[in-house]
Ligand binder design. Sequence first.
Ligand code: GLY
Length: 381
Amino acid sequence: MQLNETDKQWLDETWMKIQSKISAECDRMGDKIPYIAENGIYKMDWGKVMLPFWTNGFWAGILWQLYKETGEDKYLKQARSTSDKLNTLLIKADELHHDVGFMWLHTAVADYRSTGSSDGRTLGLHAANLLAGRYNPQGGYLCAWNFEGNEGWAIIDTMMNINLLYWASKETKNPRFRQIAIRHADKTLVNHFRPDGSVYHIAAYDPQTGELNSFPPGQGYSSDSAWSRGQAWALYGFALSYRHTGDMKYLDAAKRAAHYFLANVAQTDWVPLVDFRAPLEPVCWDTTAGVIAAAGLLELAEYVHELEKPLYVNGAVNIIKATDRRFCNWDPAYDSIVANGTGSYHGQGGRKFDYQMPIIYGDYFFIEAVLKLLGKGIFFW
Ligand code: GLY
C-alpha cells in the first residue's frame, strides 16, 4: 500500500492503541462473549443471552488477530473458550442459520489456521456442511434465517458466509461446497444488484419453484432503499468470491458496489449513514458499514490494475481515519473502540438496543482494516 508519512505514523499509533485496548479488555472479559458495550462496559454475556447469535465469533476473531501479532497466550485461551461454547451448537442445527460462516471462520477455522488444530478443522467442516445444507437446488440460493414462511429468502449478507464453503472445498478437495458457493453468488449477482450499483437486502424466492417473487424490506429503511451494511457485504463478499474463483464478473460486481458506497459515504465525511436512501432526519450512523467496506476496499485493491488502486485504498484510509477521528474511544479502561454502530434502521423486532452503539463487529473490521493497511493480520475469509 502506498501511504504517505503522516498516514503511516497515524497507522502505527493506531495499532499501538488497539493493542493496549484489546489487552485491557481481554483481562476484564473473563469468558464472556461481548456484543454491545453500554457506557463503556460489556455488561451482557451473549454466550448466555443468545449463544447462536450471528455476532458471537467476532470477539474471538479479534483475539486470534492479536494472538497472531503478539503470541500472547491469554488471547489464544479466550478465543478457544468462545469456540468451545459455539461448538456445543453443532448438535442443535435447528438453532443455526446462514451466519455460521461468520461464527466458525473466526473460531474453529481460525484456530486451525493459526495453530493447525485438527479439531478446529473438523468443527469448521461440520459448520460448512450445515451451511451447505441450506442450499435450495431449485432456486440456486442459500436460505437465510429459520422463520416459518421464509424458506425462500436469500440475503446479501450471505456473500460473506460462503467463504466457509470455499474453504471447505479447498480443505477436502471436494468441489461440492464451492459449487454451492458459486451458484449462490451467481444468483445474488443476478437478482440483488440494481443498475445503479446499490443492492437489495432480501430476495424472496418461491422455495418450490425457485421463482423470484419479491424484495421484502430488511435491515434498511425500506425494500427500495440502500442499507449501507448490505452494500458493504456486497462489496467485500464479491471481492472475496473473485479471490476464491478468479471469475471477473465477481470483481466487476465488487467494483460496482464499491463505487456506489464511495460516492455516498463521501457525502457524510466518510462515515456512512445506516441507509444511503433514507430521509435526512433522523440522522442515524452505522460505523460498522464503513469499517466493513474499508476492509473490503483493501481486498478489492489487491486485484485491480496499479492505476486503479488509489481509488480503493484512499477510500479505505479516508473511512478508517474519519471513523477514528469522529467515533473511536481509546481509553483502555472503556470497553469497545468504535461507537455508533447500528444493527438495523428500524431496530430488531422494534427493539433499538443496538442503535448507534459500539458493536463488536465494528471493532473487528476496524482492526482487520488497520492490520491490512499495515500488511499484517490473519486472513480469515
Ligand atoms: N447478519 C449480518 C448483518 O446484520 O449485517
